[in-house]
Design a protein around this ligand. Sequence first.
Ligand SMILES: [Zn+2]
Length: 435
Amino acid sequence: MEGAEGDAPQNGKAAPSSDGLPAGADGSSKRKREGTNGDQQGQPSKKQQAEAVASTSALSATSVEELEINSPADFHVHLRQGPMSELIAPHVAQGGVSLAYVMPNLVPPITTTQMAVEYHKSLKALAPQTDFWMTLYLSPSLTAEEIKTAKESGVVKGVKSYPRGVTTNSDGGIENYETYYPVFEAMQEHDLVLNLHGEVPSDADKDITILNAEATFLSHLHKIHARFPNLRIVLEHATTRAAVEAVKACGSTVACSITPHHLDLIIDDWAGKPLNFCKPVAKTPDDRRALREVIASGHERFFLGSDSAPHPLANKYPSAATHGGAEALIGCGCAAGVYTSIILIPLCAHLLESFGALDKLEGFVSSHGRRFYKAPLSSTSQKLKLKRSAVEGEEGKVPVVCVHPDYREVGDERKDKVQVVPFWAGKKLGWTIAE
Ligand SMILES: [Zn+2]
């Protein structure tokens, strides 16, 4: 977006959107940015906010100082490989999550049970206290026989489908779902979950762009659900009112994951701002409102999947220096993904409180997803405790950057440096994990 500088906070220095902070949490609502069109659009009116919580028995935000909830699970997370994985796998527990459902889009993608088991082992070595559930990457090499093997592994719980080329490492993604019906049949039989990245590839001739790619995809969801009514399907990281309505209209075997960043961002927040750019892109204020409303309503088929997806800083801000000269930079885009693992549950508490849904936190971050995935609630009897961040001091402050111990010198922008800037870097969250 040209000419936008000057009227927006710089990445990492201020909230990407004004309304994540609950009014009154810091004794005022002065942090709300006023007077820009984007904010007026992004800010639900008092009446709309009231409607969003009308059906809830909302906790009085100011009356609660501590929360104790069943152990949270993140049903969509990217934990990468190599040094990046070493850096971020331990962040899952740090963010308050005890069970992570891990995406398979590595290089090469996780296409066999054996690869998934090995990946699981490497994650466990990095973060022994976290439970990791694994997924396979839907591709032509996947067979009904392999689905049976996957189920028997006890480690693989689902299969992730990426439309070709729409996001990070999805070049091997699918083009036609019917090809995979024998695999879906086997998944239905063995009760593995199908995770759908719900976007179709952009196609200018068909008037499809990143803004309507999700809405255009929804007919595929309905078709697969109609054909395999007992197959558990999750529409991942929904960003639109259309997607919310589509999932609601399906039966009990279809659910939907929602990311915290999509509860905050709208189009204006990512255009020209690499750290907020992810796929699917955040949409309109009305779309964001639909995501907030369905959470505030306590709908059990909607739950947390963070889609936390770290990228080295140099891939967020590619430069001629980091990418081997100006020529290599041409056509080189900004990597899509927002990183939230390290602050995940405090961030969710902060956001849900901001739209009057703090009383729905446990359902959203723990029980709804665990129930759908048939993940035990009882074996996670350890509860997570959250407390309000102290008004003064560093408590609740989001790290400005996370750096692998081997790459300490922040500021060196070499491409292979493992430095990740989290969502809301430097901002203070209203909630902190209690020791
Ligand atoms: Zn993802």
